[in-house]
Every structure is written in structure tokens, then in C-alpha cells.
Write a protein that binds this ligand. Structure first.
Ligand SMILES: [Cu+2]
Length: 591
């Protein structure tokens, strides 16, 4: 079935909303943010939806902070239950017409989950990308019930970047974030300001991209009620409506000028590959990427030829040049990424025709830009941007502690496969079975799994100040955006692998698999590192048939943190593990 579906809502009608700004300096660095039930209209032609939001808003207010000026937030949980989202698993993957149920609104024959209405609003806030002491990092089990509050201190001793804050409750992050608990947090600093980049409206515009679905009433009309729908084959919710800053398929009027877009994929699971199209042709050359997850890159980069890929939680700081365009010019942003995303390419030239029901992408539209009259502004920004970091050399990492993590898929009877992680440790010679081997240039390392579940014993104790290399080995068919809390990391390598998993070879702590660092002949991916990934990252895509190595150095804060897949449906179902950062002097006293 390839015929596109008619959008059930008119695209490009609503103006792009700009999130409310909460400038910390105007409040002496002391903020109060209440989590509240709210009402929000996602589209002109939709009834209002009930949401849970920070200050009752979708998206939340954007906090703007200055490096070196700590911010204190009193997070007050005033949520009122029940969860304002209907959660369902449809009984079939596709409906009677053969259309995958996740491509359409409504429950598709599913019954509303019975446990989620009992969720009364437990919450915990994580500042994603924040260099935050452990007690304020939002540990997934340290919950605030409605009526409770906590004061978190954010040192803001970190470079300018687009961070975001969102809920992180153990087991239900996917519902709390889907209900609306997400917002942006911009850190600014003097080195960035000296580049003269747009700051604030109208030329700096945040774009918070999410996918959402809605229920339908008895007459078949969209009711506005948020729906989180999965199906027997796909455990992630991929919703058909793309929402930017809280509106479905919005439109932004732009002057003939250079705009700075602070873009984040804040979806539960969907990966986007963004292509800007005018008159049917991609115009990716209008876009320059100047920053990534943890702020400015060293030099501005062009878009990858297929478009800009952003998996859940990845950010991009973009300059888009509209300065040569006449009033009335229209540009449309499309998404060409199939779901679940597996890294497969799609030519930018075909972006307008990217609708793909089998790929759970019924409506590739994201938003539209319409050029209006204004004084043409042609500022030239410097190509040299960040000077405060350099790419790590093999020599610098030669003595680094190495860790290995396998991303694995557990087959379950009558349920979608479960995606989790296994922490690996070198196996001694006596071990003969349940081993994962990694062969690189004829040398084989043997590993055994030492941790499978979040609550298993902690095995990662990184020393503060020391570089470590973490090797992420993907033995699944999907791309996983792996997020490490606390300090940023750099990508060291992305390399193709072929692997064989023994029959029934994925058990809790027994993995029988052989990985070889060479290309599988059937593998189509190029496994390269995009230029825009050569910055300071906190979330990295690990594609199928791939090993990614990251180098991370934890700096100031000791304590218990988490790393996990940022597909929230994976994170909630155990694709998350703890690590404990330690000062070197204490290591001698660890039992
Ligand atoms: Cu995942």
C-alpha cells in the first residue's frame, strides 16, 4: 500500500508558536516551575487537548541561562491525575485496508490500557545535557508525588548550548513526556555572543519537534485526546502528526534574512531526516549547521546530502539563509525517515514523495516557511566557531579505560521484541560458553555479560578526569540513540560489523554471539560519521550492523548517573543502566 493518506488536518494553517521565555537573569537565577494539568490546542481544527506541562504549557517555557550564573529551580509538582493520554496497544499491526494502525488516529480497535489511568502525576525532572551534580540530575526513581516539591541547583558551569528539560520517571517516561512534560533550556556565554549570532526573537527561533496522535469520537472526528498507540509488531509509538512547538504542521513567516533555528527532536521514538524543499527541489545549501548537542562545533558544516538526521534528543543549531528570496516564496520542511529508523538512506530530491505507510510515515510534512516583506539582511557569520575543544587523537586515548556494551533484542512470546543492553566484561580462559566474541583485524576479544537490567549491580565506575572509550555494539535491526548523562563525549569511530547470534543466544547474562569488525555483504549503510557529529555530543545514533566508539571524560561531579537509549519506549523497558563517577582517591577504598 503506497497511496498516501489524505491529512486529516489542514497543514500550514497555524502560526508557529514561540515558547514563552523564562530568562533566569531576570529572576536573580531563582525560578519556580510548576508542573500542572493544562489545556492546549494542537491545531486550529482540533478541540483542546488535556496535557501535563511545566507551567501547564506545551511546550514548556524556555529557560535561558548564562554560563557562570547558577540557576536554582524549585520544581513544584501540582499535577492532577489521571494521565491525560489514552494508552493502547492495537490488536493488529494494520487495519482492514492494510494501513498500519500507527499511521491513523484513534485506538484502531485497541482497548485503553487499564493501569495508566491510575497514574496520578509522579514526576522527576532531568536537565538533558546539564553538567549537574548527581542529586539534581533527576534519578529515575527519586520521584515527586503531586503536592511535593524539590529545589534543584544547576551550576551552569558549561559552554553555551541548547539543553532541554523533561520528565524521567522510571517505567513511564514515555507517557509523562508524551503528555507534555518537555521544554528547552538555552545556555549562553560570551565566546558565542562574540560571534554575533542571532539571539532571541525574531531571528533566533527554537523548533521543538515531536510526533503526536489523537483519538476520534463516535462520528469519526478527531477529539483532541492524546493517544499513545503501539501494536503487536512495533513496541514504539510512532504518531502520524508532526508537532512543532506544540502545533501540528505550523507555518512561520520569515523576513529575507538569516535565521538561527535551535532544533531538537523531542519525540518519544521517531527519528527525523529533515529536508528543506522549494518549488519541488531540495535547498539544503541554504542551511549551515553551527552547533550540535553541547553547543558550537569548530567550523560550520553543510547538511548531509540526504538531509539532517536527528534521533530522539539530538539537537542542531542551524543558520538558514532566506535573504535572497522574494516575498511570497514558500519553503517546506519534510521528514524522509522511515520508522522504526534503521539508518537507510532516502534521496533528498524525493522528499516531497517520502510518504511511506509501511515505514510508518504517512505525512512527511514538518512545517512551512513563508517569506514576507522585510529589509533584506545579509550578515556574514564567521566560519571558525568553537576553539575550546579539539578532536581527540588516538595517542590521547591510548591508555583510556575501555568499556563495551551490547545492544540486544530479546524475543518474547506473543509480544514485540524487547530491546535492552548488556554490559560486557572480558571473560577469563575458563569460560567456554555464553560468550560474545569481537574479532578485529584477526584479534579476538572474549566477553561475558555482567549486567542486563537497570537494577543489576553497577559495573561502571569511571574516574573523574580520565578519558574512557565506550564501545557500543548494535546487534539489533534498529538505530538506537544512546544518551550518556553528565559530561559530553566525542565520537571516535563508527564501523561496520557482521555478526552471528546463536539460536536462543540472547539470554539475561549469557550472550552467544560472534561479532567481526568488517562489513556484512548484505549491509547497505555507509557507517560514516557525519561532519555535524564531530562536535561535543550527549546522544549518538548507533545504527544496525555497527559499532560506535565514544570517548567521554567525566569532570566535576561524583555520583550515580544513568545512560540509556533515548527511544523512550526502550528506556522505559530496561534499555537503561547506571554508572557511578568517582574521584580517583576513593578508588583504592572500593571493595
Ligand atoms: Cu533503543
Amino acid at each position: 500500500m503506497t497511496r498516501p493518506l489524505v491529512p486529516p488536518l489542514t497543514p500550514f494553517i497555524d502560526a508557529l508558536p514561540l515558547p514563552h521565555r523564562l530568562i533566569a537573569g531576570e529572576h536573580h537565577g531563582s525560578l519556580v516551575v510548576r508542573m500542572r494539568m493544562g489545556e492546549h490546542r494542537f491545531h486550529r481544527d482540533l478541540p483542546v487537548s488535556k496535557i501535563w506541562g511545566y507551567e501547564g504549557m506545551v511546550p514548556a517555557p524556555t529557560v535561558e541561562a548564562e554560563r557562570g550564573h547558577p540557576v536554582t529551580v524549585e520544581w513544584q509538582n501540582e499535577l492532577e491525575g489521571p494521565l491525560p493520554v489514552v494508552v493502547t496497544r492495537a490488536p493488529t499491526h494494520a487495519d482492514a485496508r492494510g494501513v498500519p494502525v500507527q499511521c491513523v488516529p484513534g485506538l484502531s480497535g485497541g482497548t485503553a490500557d487499564r493501569n495508566t489511568p491510575a497514574l496520578t502525576g509522579h514526576a522527576v525532572v532531568h536537565l538533558h545535557g546539564g553538567l549537574t551534580p548527581a542529586v539534581y540530575d533527576g534519578w529515575a526513581e527519586n520521584l515527586l508525588a503531586p503536592g511535593q516539591a524539590a529545589v534543584f541547583h544547576y551550576p551552569m558551569d558549561q559552554r553555551a548550548a541548547l539543553l532541554w528539560y523533561h520528565d524521567h520517571v522510571m517505567g513511564i517516561t514515555r507517557f509523562d513526556v508524551y503528555a507534555g512534560l518537555a521544554g528547552l533550556w538555552i545556555v549562553r556565554d560570551q565566546p558565542e555572543r562574540e560571534l554575533g549570532l542571532p539571539e532571541g526573537p525574531p531571528f533566533e527561533v527554537p523548533l521543538l519537534i515531536q510526533d503526536r496522535n489523537f483519538d476520534i469520537d463516535e462520528a469519526g472526528r478527531l477529539s483532541g485526546r492524546l493517544v499513545h498507540k503501539t501494536d503487536p509488531e512495533v513496541m514504539e509509538a510512532f504518531a502520524p502528526f508532526t508537532v512543532v512547538n506544540g502545533k501540528v504542521w505550523p507555518e512561520l513567516e520569515v523576513q529575507p534574512a538569516i535565521y538561527r533555528f535551535r532544533v531538537i527532536n523531542a519525540s518519544n521514538a521517531r527519528t527525523y531526516r529533515l529536508v528543506l524543499v522549494r518549488n519541488g527541489d531540495p535547498e539544503l545549501d541554504r542551511i549551515t549547521q553551527i552547533g550540535t548537542d553541547h553547543g558550537l562545533v569548530r567550523t560550520a558544516t553543510r547538511m548531509p546530502s540526504d538531509g539532517l538526521i536527528l534521533a530522539s534528543a539530538e539537537r542542531a543549531d542551524l543558520l538558514v539563509d532566506f535573504s535572497d528570496l522574494a516575498p511570497g516564496s514558500v519553503l517546506t520542511l519534510f521528514n524522509t525517515a522511515r520508522a522504526p529508523f534503521d539508518g537507510a538512506s532516502f534521496p533528498a530530491t524525493r522528499a516531497e514523495a517520502a510518504a511511506d505507510l509501511a515505514g510508518l510515515l504517512p505525512h512527511p510534512e514538518v512545517m512551512q516557511f513563508k517569506v514576507v516583506a522585510g529589509s533584506a539582511q545579509r550578515t556574514v557569520f564567521p566560519a571558525a566557531l568553537a576553539t575550546d575543544y579539539t578532536a581527540l587523537s588516538p595517542e590521547e586515548l591510548a591508555g583510556a579505560k575501555r568499556r563495551a556494551i551490547a545492544l540486544v533484542e530479546l524475543e518474547l512470546e506473543g509480544e514485540p521484541n524487547m530491546l535492552t543492553m548488556r554490559e560486557l566484561a572480558p571473560a577469563d580462559d575458563s569460560a567456554t560458553s555464553g560468550l560474545l566474541t569481537v574479532t578485529d583485524h584477526g584479534m579476538t576479544r572474549r566477553y561475558r555479560a555482567v549486567a542486563a537490567h537497570f537494577e543489576d549491580v553497577t559495573t561502571f565506575f569511571p574516574m573523574l578526569g580520565e578519558y574512557e572509550v565506550w564501545q557500543l555494539i548494535n546487534l539489533t535491526g534498529d538505530t538506537h540513540p544512546i544518551h550518556v548523562h553528565l559530561d559530553p563525549f566525542q565520537l571516535v569511530s563508527r564501523r561496520p560489523i557482521r555478526y552471528e547470534i546463536a539460536e536462543g543466544g540472547i539470554e539475561d547474562l549469557l550472550i552467544t554471539a560472534a561479532v567481526t569488525l568488517e562489513r556484512d555483504p548484505a549491509d547497505q549503510l555507509d557507517h560514516s560519521i557525519d561532519d555535524n557529529e564531530r562536535g561535543l555530543k550527549d546522544t549518538v545514533r548507533v545504527n544496525p550492523n555497527e559499532v560506535v566508539e565514544i570517548a567521554v571524560r567525566f569532570t566535576n561531579y561524583s555520583g550515580r548517573y544513568m545512560y540509556h537509549c533515548h527511544i523512550l519506549e526502550h528506556e522505559d523497558r530496561d534499555m537503561m543502566r547506571p554508572f557511578v563517577t568517582m574521584p580517583m582517591e576513593l578508588m583504592a577504598f572500593m571493595a
